[in-house]
Write a protein that binds this ligand. Structure first.
Ligand SMILES: [Zn+2]
Length: 378
């Protein structure tokens, strides 16, 4: 039987082990011993060679009914920032950050739900297919763990990534994502003695940015300008600015169109800030780099994996809804690699902020859904 207190204490224990991206080693070692105690065999891949981190991905397996298709259970080990020095506030079922850092429910709640589900499946001797557990590193800094996972040891073609909010929704699609870095080159000059010899790169960038639509562009596309760096001193006309932006869309054509529009606004603004310096016309320049961070996925709701979840949910009266997500996660990479992976919600809220919190009751629902799914899938 699912044990809520055990689930809660597993989760709280995980919160106390610091695991920012690249430094997941302690948490990985702890989980390795937990999973071995439960009865799984555990190995690590060498993703750390690519990530530069202190551990590879943790891959564990539990043999099961070989007539059923193997499944993968996934959560990520890393948190977006260190949680060292903060103590989770526990008020009944609500576990909240103390405000000094994030809580880390993203994604330790996912790990705790998977551990509890495995314990129940084994203790209650529930029928189940072969299970592969993949706890990835470096999800938060570019999905690097999933990108460098040793896929040769994964047999599953169906996966469940516990890495989203509502336990009542299954995420069956996520967008494409382009990262854009634009470098604007103006001309430095002394701001007091020789301002006419300068071209202010900050003004060029500001002009372009003011013309770019950001936020929710349409129902499937978002744009954000997230980082701007430039200038060296107030008495120097800034000669250089770097701007980092992103576009996400469920539609690849819109993604590419928006990406081009952003770059072209910077080019147009350069034309507006030409200056005659020492009797020669000088025009600021842009250089840019576009990186496809990940590709979208969209899983048909008629697929076995989605239907199986709905069936599992109806077993205990949960109204499950399929929806599209707005973010990227390891699931984007797994789907690209041929493992059809949906995202399940653990109840984590206000993630990536210092007010992150979670209700253990939501984790209970997620774990129940997972147990029912495991025992009925394949
Ligand atoms: Zn996450």
């Amino acid at each position: 039987m699912l044990n809520k207190n055990r689930l809660k204490s597993t989760f709280i224990k995980l919160l106390t082990i610091d695991s920012p991206s690249g430094k997941e080693g302690n948490l990985a070692r702890y989980l390795s011993s937990v999973l071995k105690d439960i009865g799984l065999s555990v190995r690590f891949d060498s993703a750390n060679r690519a990530t530069g981190g202190d551990t590879g991905n943790l891959i564990a397996s539990l043999p099961g009914d070989n007539t059923r298709s193997p499944i993968m259970l996934n959560a990520h080990l890393d948190t977006i920032e260190s949680t060292e020095g903060s103590t989770p506030l526990i008020k009944g079922d609500i576990i909240k950050s103390d405000g000094n850092s994030i809580l880390g429910a993203d994604d330790k709640s996912g790990i705790a739900c998977i551990v509890e589900a495995l314990r129940v499946v084994i203790e209650d001797d529930l029928p189940h297919p072969p299970i592969e557990v993949v706890f990835t590193v470096c999800e938060e800094n570019g999905l690097l763990g999933a990108k460098n996972l040793d896929y040769s040891v994964i047999r599953a073609k169906m996966g469940y990534a516990l890495d989203t909010g509502s336990p009542f929704a299954v995420v069956v699609g996520a967008p494409y994502h382009n990262g854009i870095t634009v470098k604007v080159f103006g001309r430095e000059a002394h701001a007091g003695a020789d301002p006419s010899k300068g071209i202010n790169a900050i003004k060029v960038a500001a002009d372009a940015i003011s013309k770019i639509d950001t936020g929710q562009i349409d129902e499937e596309t978002t744009v954000n300008i997230g980082i701007i760096r430039g200038g060296t001193a107030t008495n120097i006309v800034p000669g250089f600015v770097e701007v980092k932006a992103e576009v996400r869309s469920h539609n690849e054509e819109k993604l590419e169109r928006k990406t081009k529009e952003i770059v072209s606004e910077f080019k147009k603004s350069c034309g507006l800030f030409s200056n005659e310096i020492d009797s020669k016309p000088v025009t600021p320049e842009v250089r840019y780099e576009i990186t496809r961070e990940y590709n979208a996925f969209r899983i048909d709701e008629e697929k076995e994996i989605v239907k199986g979840l709905f069936k599992a949910a109806s077993g205990f009266n949960i109204q499950l809804k399929a929806r599209l997500g707005g973010g990227g996660s390891d699931a984007n990479i797994f789907n690209e690699k041929g493992i059809t992976t949906v995202l399940l919600g653990t109840g984590m809220k206000d993630v990536h902020t210092k007010s992150e919190y979670i209700n253990i009751e939501d984790m209970v629902i997620c774990t129940k859904l997972l147990i029912n799914t495991i025992s009925s899938s394949g």
